[in-house]
Ligand binder design. Sequence first.
Ligand code: IMP
Ligand code: MG
Length: 174
Amino acid sequence: MATLKVLITQEQIQERVKQLAEQVANDYADRPLLLLCVLKGSVHFFSEFCLALGRDEDDIDFLQVSSYGSETQSSGVVKIKKDTDLSMEGRHVLIVEDIVDTGYTLCHLLELFATRRPASLQVLTLLNKAEARQVEVPIKYVGFDIPSEFVVGYGLDAAERYRNRADICVLGEN
Ligand code: IMP
Ligand code: MG
């Protein structure tokens, strides 16, 4: 049977989202952003972050990648299932991720998007598993550094389950 142990509460997430939005608003004071949501895992974080940022001049866009299937280990193979719609050329682009684990997904996205000639390209991730990194990736904003354990909730899934929990839990076996 699967067990869930709360790692980050809803209150902690909400507080951190506010702080991150303030920091980003400060750093991009005179620069409208193109905010990119990496589906599906980032959906709740992206939505709450964008609302906290709350600026009329920022645009949003969505992409979907897959690297996992239903496994809990990264395959290292990244596939774009849905690409972005808006042009990135000359835009200040911020990729909003749920979690960076091995780094393969982000590495692939950064290489691909660099060819689209944005004015700048940075990454915001809610969760960072630094110990699991297989490839170096530059991350400008991190919500929480977490241990290398499999987590679910707040958008993150295990075979599509648990995405709609308001907190983040470590998934274990019992
Ligand atoms: P990476 O390519 O290994 O960095 O993994 C990136 C993607 O794998 C994330 O965007 C998630 O979709 C998924 N992933 C990595 N670790 C976890 C986890 O602990 N729980 C749920 N999904 C995860
Ligand atoms: Mg993701």
